[in-house]
Design a binder for this molecule. Structure first.
Ligand code: FES
Length: 323
């Protein structure tokens, strides 16, 4: 048992417990969402000792220097002191412009935001509900095309945030958002490099942003997008993507259904299976993968084995929140 001091109060912590688990067990409320070191919503700051390196994965160098860390990934080796005071972290307010159901499962949320808010299509942000609940969503909008931020929120039965968005959030409401995070976005240049995109469910959001950013940047090599869902309800933006495929001859779009058959217009397969059956050699390709963490992890391995280099594989993995 070691001592964890948080905002001046000492708590007992077991050797295997993360800072987040310890504080939660003692009834201390720390914002969190993914509990996997991805969303950065559980960020705290160490008072004197440096946090373990694993707890600073994905943070900016300036944040590391100031001993910021992620409480869900932080298992100190002994006594440790932390604070919730984070002078550099910014949260900004945003006003809901529109909430629109674009499929039975997906709500498209458009937010008006105050500038400057520099983001790349495909990055993600944390959305804060007024009661403090936090969830992470990827950005589908492209700032050069749209003066709002667009998020796609997939409804899940146990999802407190997603049910609230689908059932209660409306135009004019105020929410807060974090600064944009994440590395899953289009890097300009090398426009001759073919691109493969694989996504499931609302994993289409970052891919839709990345795709339009690449087309805007006149990416001339072929771009293949495979979007999958178990059932027809989970496929969306079909008309928009088909229209882009007609407009840009280097873009090809394949909607995929893995559990429902009888639709001639869709491939009857998982998106990653369909993509890797068609593309067996990915040497020299750029690959974007977004969706549930299990699918993303498995697909990353497969595209790497098919020849894509690690530096060319960009991914955005979603986890269902545990609270
Ligand atoms: S990074 Fe800790 S809860 Fe998401």
């Amino acid at each position: 048992m070691s001592k964890l001091t948080f905002d001046g109060i000492a708590y007992n912590r077991t050797a295997e417990e993360s800072v987040l688990d310890c504080l939660t067990r003692h009834g201390v409320v720390v914002p969190n969402s993914c509990r996997s070191g991805i969303c950065q919503s559980c960020m705290l700051r160490a008072v004197s000792d440096d946090p373990p390196a694993a707890a600073q994965k994905g943070l900016k160098e300036t944040q590391k220097e100031q001993r910021y860390f992620l409480a869900c990934s932080c298992i100190p080796s002994g006594d440790f002191e932390a604070t919730s005071e984070l002078p550099q972290l910014t949260r900004t307010s945003a006003q809901v412009r529109a909430v629109e159901k674009i499929s039975p499962a997906i709500a498209r949320v458009r937010l008006d935001y105050s500038r400057p808010f520099d983001y790349r299509p495909g990055q993600f942000l944390n959305l804060y509900r007024p009661d403090g609940l936090i969830r992470t969503y990827s950005i589908a909008s492209v700032p050069q095309f749209e003066d709002f931020i667009e998020l796609h929120v997939q409804r899940t039965e146990q999802g407190r945030m997603s049910r609230w968005v689908h059932e209660e959030l409306k135009s004019g409401d105020l929410v807060h958002i974090s600064a944009p995070l994440g590395e899953c976005y289009y890097r300009p240049g090398n426009t001759e490099q073919p691109i493969l995109m694989v996504g499931t469910g609302s994993g289409l959001a970052p891919l839709y942003g990345v795709l339009r950013d690449a087309l805007r940047a006149k990416h001339s090599a072929p771009i293949w997008l495979y979007h999958g869902s178990r059932t027809r309800d989970g496929l969306y933006l079909i008309d928009e993507l088909r229209s882009l495929a007609r407009e840009y001859e280097n873009f090809r779009y394949f909607p995929c259904l893995s559990r429902e058959s009888g639709y001639e217009a869709f491939l009857a397969a998982r998106a990653n299976d369909a993509a890797l059956t068609e593309h067996k050699n990915l040497k020299g390709w750029r690959v974007f993968i977004a969706g549930h963490a299990d699918m993303v992890g498995a697909t990353k391995k497969r595209v790497f084995l098919a020849g894509a280099s690690l530096g060319d594989i960009h991914s955005d993995a979603f986890l269902l929140a545990r609270n």
